[in-house]
Design a protein. Structure first.
Length: 378
């Protein structure tokens, strides 16, 4: 257990960035020019987005920047509530999923938390910021499957549990019966369960079916966190939300600065959720491209964790005479940026996370991987 569990490679003192999509320090570390051409497979974003209409829509919204946003964001909250078949009072709009994570931690300041690892480093950072002591509950490699009995046994005295579903970086998904068993157990313990559903829209079925939102009526100790930036490819806009019972939402809102979400982001919520055609195109792409890429990566002899999201966790197989760090560097030199795992607890840099992109880009990635792995056998 640790009082303040920062990621092992804090940015910017390390060459390993804390998030994907940050190439500058990596290029400098490996002696490559700043204009070195790269295809980015390090950030888990929908390659089909943002929807085509968003650019013109944003231009028209600039006229509203001279006004403060509505303090209660009622239109956005109503749209989100309708999307999940909840009440608006169960929704808190946030400045990206990251703010939602920090608000959840603020509700449990100076208490005892557990984090299922390896997982997104912001949970640990949020706990550190709000002075929670943290226990790590590790998913064992190479399959990263949750041992429910071990998890439940480790929750005595824990007041808040963070988990990601589907998990980042493993892309694994805890099934619904397991989640219900976990929620039953934690309800008896008085342990709040915070589930980050940032990638739930990428599971491959309707998010209303995959999300745990319907369970909120049965489990008032459940908090769900969502990001709208990944599915709609809008990471620069910062847009997310929290779902919970009304008392929890009110308490979390008391920790949130006024006008935390800008006018443009708030107004964009309803039209994004209304665009069912974009969601269907994304689901169709996932249904085709994810199994194709899983097979292509496996055929290269890589260890590939079965994915339920828009990315894969991979590492060189036993037949490959190359380390993970060397594979990362060779891909970078050949114009492919993937995500290292040096600051994911328990991975220790031994794996790489690779985002799904469109089919031509994915084929280029496979071809470069094939060449690098072949060359290392010489």
């Amino acid at each position: 257990m640790s009082q303040c569990m920062w990621p092992s490679s804090p940015w910017p003192s390390s060459p390993w960035p804390r998030h994907g999509g940050q190439a500058e320090a990596l290029l400098a570390h490996f002696g490559l020019p700043v204009d070195h051409r790269l295809e980015d497979f390090s950030a888990n974003l929908n390659p089909l987005g943002p929807p085509a209409w968003v650019s013109d829509w944003l231009t028209k919204q600039l006229a509203g920047l001279e006004r403060y946003p509505a303090p209660d964001y009622s239109a956005a909250r109503q749209a989100i509530a309708a999307h999940h078949q909840l009440q608006p009072e169960q929704v808190l709009l946030t400045n990206g999923g990251a703010e939602a994570i920090f608000l959840a931690a603020a509700l449990h300041a100076r208490k005892r938390a557990a984090i299922i690892t390896p997982s997104f480093g912001e949970y640990a950072r949020a706990c550190c910021a709000h002075r929670l002591s943290v226990t790590e509950i590790a998913l064992p490699a190479p399959h990263f499957t949750l041992d429910v009995d071990s998890l439940l046994a480790g929750l005595n005295g824990i007041e808040m549990l963070f988990l990601c579903r589907p998990n980042n970086p493993t892309a694994t998904l805890i099934d619904l019966p397991t989640m219900e068993a976990l929620l039953d157990h934690t309800a008896a313990l008085g342990c709040r369960v915070v589930v980050d559903e940032a990638f739930i829209d990428m599971v491959g079925e309707l998010p209303q079916k995959a999300s745990l939102a319907p369970l909120l009526v049965r489990y008032p100790h459940l908090i769900l966190l969502h990001s709208m930036t990944k599915f709609y490819t809008l990471p620069g806009l910062r847009l997310g939300y929290m779902l919970a019972d009304t008392a929890t939402i009110k308490a979390a809102g008391s920790h949130q600065p006024a006008w935390s979400v800008n006018h443009v982001a708030a107004e964009l919520v309803a039209p994004l959720l209304k665009d069912g055609a974009f969601a269907r195109r994304t689901q169709a792409w996932l249904a085709c491209e994810r199994p194709r890429m899983a097979q292509a990566l496996t055929e290269l002899g890589l260890d590939v964790v079965p994915s339920q999201a828009c990315f894969f966790l991979i590492r060189p197989g036993t037949e490959h005479e190359i380390t993970t760090d060397a594979l990362f560097e060779q891909l970078l030199r050949r114009g492919i940026l993937v995500r290292h795992s040096h600051n994911f607890a328990g991975l220790n840099g031994e794996w790489l996370r690779v985002a799904l992109r469109d089919e031509p880009a994915n084929r280029r990635l496979v071809n470069v991987l094939k060449k690098v792995l072949h060359d290392c056998l010489r």
